[in-house]
Design a binder for this molecule. Structure first.
Ligand code: ZN
Length: 313
């Protein structure tokens, strides 16, 4: 990470913002962007909790607070369902309740599509997710980068990197300091093993990984399921991104069904074979900070289960 930094705490929030002056070819630019940094590890729900009533984003945030959780992921997976007019209200509710918001960009993204129009639409979907999430005061945006399409992984990496460059530079120009988070994916056909995601994170100062532990487990047909293997992932994050990598994590924790082809569907933790207690112990031992989102079908129950296990250790 090659930028100058000035730390300022401007929010009474579980996350504080770090002010960054971006380096340009002429020296330091006048523009400064605020990026979120986290003070602790928060557990949260993928979307509005099941028992939230009414099922609105604002009520979902209040419900997350009532449950004693710390974060909620805005699920833009099918569409970006918050308007820019509505976003300031969401931001206000999140700040009042001290809830950190993350966002999941639409599934319909392929930064390695062979069709130019689809690449352009993918870039727009990521940018628009980042714009709305930022207006909501969000911490980070995770996304599935794309598919190998039968090509050499190195070639795919370069294509995705180029498209990521357009995304990150556009957001900087717009003074949008949200973290862009390519996710570790659940199938061998999808771009996004740990090395690829960590390397992308090294290339851009506003890119960090989204680590999906269930995806690791599914992608490798059952590996990555012990304290030792979870620790190996975290060691690698620290080796490539430094302590900052561990202190600025966006993670997904959920049970998963899988085959030799990888991910099939999500399961509740207790109905799955994921050794989540060992995972949570590793997160605690490595002093990981950031956001851990439950994507289990029971959403809030597994977020609460993880939090309980974490606090007991
Ligand atoms: Zn995902």
């Amino acid at each position: 990470m090659q930028f100058m930094t000035i730390v300022t705490k401007i929010l009474q929030h579980s996350a504080s913002r770090l002010k960054q002056c971006l380096r340009t070819s002429e020296g330091l630019s006048k523009t400064s962007i605020y990026f979120f940094l986290m003070k602790e590890l928060l557990f949260g729900t993928a979307g509005i909790p099941l028992n939230s009533n009414p099922r609105t984003t604002a009520d979902g945030i209040r419900h997350v607070k009532k449950l004693g959780l710390g974060a909620m992921e805005l699920e833009f997976v099918r569409s970006i369902n918050i308007t820019k007019e509505k976003a300031p209200e969401i931001k206000k509710v999140a700040e009042e309740n001290n809830i950190v918001l993350t966002c999941h960009a639409p599934y319909f993204i392929n930064l390695n599509s062979l069709e130019k129009a689809k690449v352009k639409a993918s870039i727009d979907r990521i940018l628009n997710s980042a714009r709305i999430a930022n207006l909501c005061g969000g911490y980070s945006v995770c996304l599935h980068s794309g598919f190998y399409m039968g090509q050499e992984p190195k070639k795919v990496y370069d294509t995705i990197k180029n498209n990521m460059k357009e995304i990150t530079s556009t957001l900087k120009k717009e003074n949008n300091g949200i973290w862009i988070r390519p996710e570790t994916t659940g199938k061998e056909t999808q771009f996004g093993n740990l090395d690829e995601i960590l390397q992308l994170s090294q290339e851009f100062d506003n890119v960090m990984p989204c680590i999906d532990f269930a995806h690791f487990h599914a992608r490798t047909n059952g590996k990555y399921n012990s304290y030792k293997e979870f620790s190996e992932i975290l060691e690698k994050v620290e080796k490539k991104l430094g302590k900052k990598g561990l202190e600025n994590m966006h993670m997904h924790i959920t049970g998963i069904a899988y085959s030799e082809k990888g991910e099939k569907n999500h399961l509740n933790l207790e109905e799955s074979d994921l050794k989540y207690k060992e995972l949570i112990k590793a997160l605690k031992d490595f002093k990981v900070k950031g956001v851990a989102i439950s994507e289990s079908p029971n959403i809030e129950d597994d977020a609460l289960l993880c939090k309980k296990v974490y606090e007991k250790i």
